[in-house]
Design a binder for this molecule. Structure first.
Ligand SMILES: Nc1ncnc2c1ncn2[C@@H]1O[C@H](COP(=O)(O)OP(=O)(O)OP(=O)(O)O)[C@@H](O)[C@H]1O
Ligand SMILES: [Mg+2]
Length: 492
């Protein structure tokens, strides 16, 4: 529990030296007791208060908005993911030939894989196929090869599935590219390459190369690696400008992360240009974490005669999260309410969401200056730094993570019991952003646990909150930040 008035740092251990505070370390020096840190430059916690016009001012300030691309989110998810994301839903299959039998496997042995591949899979700690793999793998490994479009939520085993398919189709005796895999970014291509390397660890003579910017290969080279992973533009150059490989010899063509790919129009055109030149019996596989209409349309354009597999997303629910709001005057008032919550209830770990970087930074300093163990995660950090910070938070190094929407999706920290919306999520248009609310608050009630959510709402923004309430058909109870008794009762 955070007590309210004393030097909290002495109870909490303060902000330990060496904490990762991007670009801000210089602002701190140890306080009198030698253990804690204080600002050493003049910095006013209340200095840039703009009271009730706060939201409107911030929402207009576009450059301050913390936006993350789908590719960044996808990479962050991979860097922080520890294991398979299980699904409770059934796989839906749309077969190209509905009269052919549909196989589904419960074990990897049933797939009759080469021994070295089974070794690779077990070496990665996989015991049995994931839900999507149960159906996708027999389809992908069937002879003659069949095309596939597969959608399932991030972390459910798509990449592992197609890597297995690529590795099992390769003839290691042939020293030329046999599998092409398109990825939306350099970093995501490298991630896929890591999976190939791990799964193919026992496959002698199978190698991978990367068609990504910066991987300069002298003109006239003939590539010998059997797997080429790359981004569409560079891969297009490799195939048709530099003639590093013979596209007609490609047996498996994979387009991964189609939902991320369609974010960039020229990637679609480039992917289609590569696909059009492939041999008619090349197997085409496309994967996506989501299946909005544009993704599906693109998928059907690029994959002829596909089998389609879908696994519905796990829905986030707000039903096991108790939600409250505080009516506040301005951000200083919100800050006081926040301190009162911490003074009244026992909190495991908490995530506090702000709408802008500027606001998150302000709150970070306000809390850190008050002696709290907090960390700040915003889009100013690289994806790798964000992943590192989230890991430290998971390890319990910090109790409070202050963040912007960079962190609204996909981060599961089991210990998080409290989510605070220091600012309600709004779109650029200043309308309530329901989806982001769901994703933010959904962080608190993961794994069937009960969670608590607090919304700090300035009076003029109350309509936003009521709109959220109506949208989700939920009750967000009003709390008086000064009523400590009521606050203490929340825990019961
Ligand atoms: N059958 C399995 N058993 C155990 N773990 C698995 C299995 N298949 C995949 N995994 C692991 O689960 C995690 C997610 O797998 P993978 O990256 O293949 O998912 P994905 O659906 O491609 O996710 P994304 O959409 O984010 O790319 C990885 O850590 C992977 O090693
Ligand atoms: Mg993947």
């Amino acid at each position: 529990m955070w007590a309210k008035q004393k030097c909290l740092a002495s109870e909490r251990g303060g902000r330990p030296e060496g904490d990762f505070v991007p670009g801000q370390q210089k602002l701190y020096r140890a306080c009198a007791c030698g253990k804690h840190f204080r600002r050493s430059q003049s910095f006013s916690v209340t200095g840039d208060s703009d009271g009730s016009s706060f939201i409107s001012k911030e929402t207009w300030n576009e450059k301050d908005y913390d936006r993350v691309s789908l590719a960044e989110t996808s990479l962050l998810n991979k860097l922080i993911r520890k294991s398979l994301v299980e699904s409770n839903h059934q796989v839906e299959v749309l077969q190209r030939d509905p009269s052919s039998p549909l196989f589904s496997v419960k074990t990897f042995e049933e797939l009759h894989l080469k021994t070295e591949l089974l070794q690779g899979i077990y070496g990665m700690g996989f015991n049995r196929p994931s839900k999507i793999q149960e159906t996708a793998l027999p389809l992908m490994l069937a002879d003659p090869p069949q095309n596939l479009i597969a959608q399932s939520q991030s972390g459910t085993g798509k990449t592992a599935a197609f890597v297995l398919a690529m590795l099992s189709r390769i003839n290691p005796g042939d020293q030329f590219p046999q599998c092409l895999c398109l990825s939306p970014t350099f970093e995501l291509a490298v991630q896929t390459g890591h999976v190939v390397e791990k799964m193919g660890k026992f496959c002698v003579n199978i190698r991978v190369t990367y068609a990504i910017r910066g991987n300069r290969i002298p003109r006239g080279t003939v590539i010998e690696e059997q797997i080429v992973i790359g981004t569409p533009g560079t891969l297009l150059d490799w195939c048709f400008k530099l003639h590093f490989l013979d596209v007609k010899k490609i047996k498996v063509f994979v387009l991964d992360e189609a939902d991320v790919m369609i974010d960039k129009q020229n990637f679609l055109d480039q992917s289609v240009r590569i696909q059009r030149t492939l041999s008619p019996d090349c197997q085409m596989l496309l994967f996506s974490a989501t299946f909005e209409d544009p993704v599906l349309q693109f998928a059907q354009r690029i994959v002829p005669e596909p089998n389609i597999i879908k696994l519905r997303r796990e829905e986030l629910t707000l039903s096991n999260i108790r939600q409250y709001y505080f009516e506040c005057e301005n951000k200083e008032d919100k800050f006081r309410a926040l301190c009162n919550i911490y003074g009244s209830i026992t909190i495991g770990q908490a995530i506090i969401f702000c709408q802008t970087r500027r606001n998150a930074k302000w709150l970070y300093f306000a809390l850190a200056n008050d002696g709290h163990q907090v960390s700040l995660l915003s889009g100013e950090l690289t994806v790798e730094q964000r992943a590192e910070l989230i890991q430290q938070f998971r390890d319990g190094k910090y109790k409070v993570l202050i963040t912007t929407n960079v962190c609204a999706r996909g981060i599961d920290v089991k210990q998080v019991t409290v989510v605070v919306n220091f600012t309600l999520p709004t779109k650029m248009t200043r309308e309530p952003d329901f989806e982001t609310y769901l994703h933010r608050i959904g962080r608190a009630g993961r794994f069937g646990k009960k969670g608590l959510a607090f919304n700090m709402v300035e009076r003029h923004n109350l309509p936003l909150m009521f709109a959220i309430q109506d949208h989700f058909k939920i009750l967000i109870k009003r709390l008086d930040p000064e009523d400590m008794e009521a606050l203490e009762k929340i825990e019961d």
